[in-house]
Design a protein around this ligand. Structure first.
Ligand code: ADP
Ligand code: MG
Length: 686
């Protein structure tokens, strides 16, 4: 459906409208009011004066018109109806207005009634000169979101004109409208622009009116259709068939020191089936911290290698990448797999050597940081890309890795995340992804007890740390997050380290922070892993992935500064072994409402999904996922929290329309996408 331009409006208006994103007639028609003014009723001046302080519309004849200079220059116009007098006061006015409002003229004025120095008055009312008996509007008057230099009058006219020109085709088939009890498109839009005077104004403002529901549904449907189309486009691309679950996969499972949990086995099957397909897998593997995602990803890599392809694993930090490297290499190298290591901090010579291994195909598996996506890295035959903690990477970074396939084939992609994404969000943000969930922890984990403790009891906490260390347990001491200043955060970490080292002279205290060289960090981490360091003071660099089962006590300082998901990630570093684990959240009182809620949630549950749900409740979806992934930003009308049920319906309808690809459906889908997304569809696909 070609969207016609608004050619009738003068250029300046057109460019002002464009600044609001209103370029086509349909854009204007879908620019819906935020509220309404009721100009359908007139009250008598007496009634307005008696009922007082709110907005009224009155009508009367001008009986007095004067310019007063006390206390400042102003125009004072008195109007009169059968019931009484009312003063209209204008502080800014034109000469033409003085004339326009001359004595004997009939005026319809609308404004807030106040009792001022001169008695009952309206200051700067909106008004119209009318003839006696001039008809009143029959619908509420829309007030639109506007921009600089665009008056409501101009907007109203532009929108009314556009409404006359557009094609009112209903892009939701009638049977579906009937089943979902949705209003038809045209009446819904018309009602929102010009609600009849008996409309439920409250429902209109709250956006719960059936007409709003239809708009939200349409908007969500466009989003779902667009995401599903992107998914179809992906399926049309070729990917290597990774058919073989062969010798390596079997030997690997044999050699593992533990048995896979049922949940792990299930997701391994899901991934295996995807990898055999000739189109690229795009699967998100969700599992709470410690649920054992790494071994699942290693099994996926084994399938790629068994099938004669390379696999790459990318992690967001060097510590995490190194830990994967060590663990996976220790599992796989004895089985004859060549694992290459690539990060930004390698010396030039080492980098060149790694690149040669990758390019020649000698390296079966490559593990590293975002250094993997650099132009200089050329894979011989990349079949599978694994991205750990995927939410830490931008869309662009993931796409670059995907482009590193050969022979025109797109590698399969497995993304891992310990931040569980609630269902509605997954449906709107990740409609293009398949999702696997590990919903079971490996056996033998002990529950973590969490306590919130006031900062002024720090000394007691230090004593507890001491006692725990003497029992042979290891301790993480997490330094406060200082978002405003990395330098300050570093200083705090160093000071904490010094205080603890001094307070605990018989213990080994270590320090890791983000500014250390990778090698230094690794030395400290190694010493901690080996049990030589008892207490590890750390900034949030340990947030993701670090795995030291003997660590069973964690202290988080200024816990009130961390977000829920962050706290959950941090806490996940303990409770990995068989010892009963404790997490102490030190806080600075007084606590704000949100912080209180967060700490309470942390005490109440260790279930990552439940925590994510509450986090979403506290923060809302935009902040929850970060602006980068904010699908909410693309939604003008629907609210992902309150309109969840509409999201589900929109998804089902999108699926239905695309599954039954009749020419009629295709035309409707195209029209719907053009209407709602215009040129913005590309953005959604990223
Ligand atoms: P995450 O999902 O947080 O990345 P990891 O993959 O690091 O978790 O696994 C956490 C720990 O659990 C590791 O020490 C890992 O070797 C161990 N693990 C994984 N799966 C199992 C299992 N089925 N049984 C016992 N231990 C397991
Ligand atoms: Mg992990």
């Amino acid at each position: 459906m070609p969207a016609s331009k608004t050619t009738s409006a003068p250029k300046t208006i057109e460019s002002k409208l464009a600044r609001l994103g209103l370029r086509t007639d349909m854009d204007l028609v879908l620019h819906l009011p935020m509220r309404y003014e009721d100009e359908t009723k007139i009250v008598t001046i007496r009634e307005a004066c008696m009922r007082g302080l709110q907005t009224w519309q009155v009508e009367g004849l001008v009986v007095k018109n004067e310019i007063s200079y006390k206390p400042r220059r102003q125009l004072l116009v008195t109007i009169q109806d059968d019931s009484g007098d009312l003063l209209l006061r204008f502080m800014n006015f034109y000469g033409s207005q003085v004339k326009q409002l001359s004595e004997g003229v009939r005026v319809r004025a609308r404004g807030e009634l106040k009792h001022g120095f001169f008695g009952a008055e309206m200051v700067h009312p909106t008004y119209k000169v009318v003839n006696e008996g001039a008809p009143l509007p029959t619908s509420l008057t829309p007030v639109y979101p506007s921009g600089e230099g665009l008056s409501q009058t101009i907007l109203r006219r532009a929108i009314a004109d556009a409404m006359r020109r557009i094609d009112w085709l209903d892009t939701v088939p009638e049977a579906i409208r009937a089943r979902l009890r949705l209003m038809d498109f045209a009446p819904a839009v018309k009602l929102l622009h010009y609600p009849p005077k008996d409309a439920d104004e409250h429902a209109l403002i709250e956006r719960s009116h059936p007409a709003w529901e239809r708009m939200k549904f349409d908007e969500l449907l466009a989003q779902q259709l667009s995401l599903k189309r992107a998914q179809q486009a992906r399926r049309e691309k070729g990917a290597p068939h990774l058919r073989a679950v062969g010798a390596l996969s079997e030997a690997f499972l044999q050699a593992l020191p533990f048995k896979l949990t049922n949940a792990q086995q299930r997701v391994v099957q899901e991934i295996r089936a995807d990898l055999r397909e000739g189109y690229p897998m795009q699967r998100l593997l969700q599992g709470d911290v410690g649920s054992g995602k790494t071994v699942v990803s290693a099994l996926a890599a084994a399938q790629a290698i068994d099938s004669g392809y390379q696999a790459a694993l990318m992690a967001p930090t060097e510590i995490l990448a190194e830990q994967h490297f060590r663990k996976i290499a220790s599992w796989m190298e004895p089985l004859g797999v060549k694992v290459a290591w690539l990060t930004g901090s390698l010396k030039k010579k080492e980098k060149t050597a790694a690149n040669e291994l990758i390019e020649s195909g000698e390296a079966h598996l490559v593990i590293g940081t975002h250094a993997l996506i650099q132009d200089t890295v050329q894979f011989a035959k990349l079949g599978l890309v694994i991205v750990d903690e995927q939410h830490r990477f931008g869309v662009g970074q993931r796409l670059t890795l995907r482009n590193k396939g050969s022979d025109g084939l797109v590698p399969h992609q497995l993304m891992m995340s310990a931040t569980p994404i609630p269902r509605t969000l997954a449906m709107t943000y990740y409609a293009d992804l398949e999702v696997s969930v590990i919903d079971e922890l490996p056996p033998g984990r002990s529950p973590i007890v969490t306590r919130a403790i006031d900062q002024n009891r720090r000394d007691e906490v230090i004593e507890r740390v001491h006692a725990a260390a003497l029992e042979g347990r290891q301790v993480y001491w997490v330094c406060p997050l200082i978002e405003e200043s990395e330098a300050l955060q570093l200083q705090t970490a160093t000071e904490t380290y010094e205080t603890l080292a001094e307070a605990l002279p018989d213990l080994q205290v270590g320090l890791v922070h983000g500014r250390m060289k990778p090698l230094e960090k690794q030395t400290v981490m190694d010493a901690f892993s080996a049990g030589e360091v008892h207490v590890l003071v750390a900034t949030t660099v340990i947030e993701v992935g670090v795995d030291v089962p003997n660590a069973s006590l964690m202290v988080i300082e200024h816990a009130e500064r961390f977000g829920l998901s962050q706290l959950h990630q941090l806490r996940g570093r303990v409770g990995r072994g068989s010892a009963a684990s404790v997490c102490l959240l030190l806080y600075q009182s007084p606590l704000g409402q949100v912080a209180k809620q967060r700490l309470m949630t942390m005490r109440e549950t260790t279930d990552g999904f439940e925590i994510a749900r509450r986090d979403l409740e506290i923060r809302g979806p935009g902040e929850f996922l970060g602006a980068r992934q904010s699908g909410q930003a693309m939604l003008r009308f629907a609210d992902l929290e309150t309109d969840q049920w509409l999201v589900e319906r929109a998804r089902d309808v999108a699926q239905h329309l695309l599954q039954h690809e009749t020419p009629e459906h295709m035309a409707i889908v195209d029209a719907h996408l053009t209407r709602w997304l215009g040129g913005r569809e590309e953005f959604l696909k990223a």
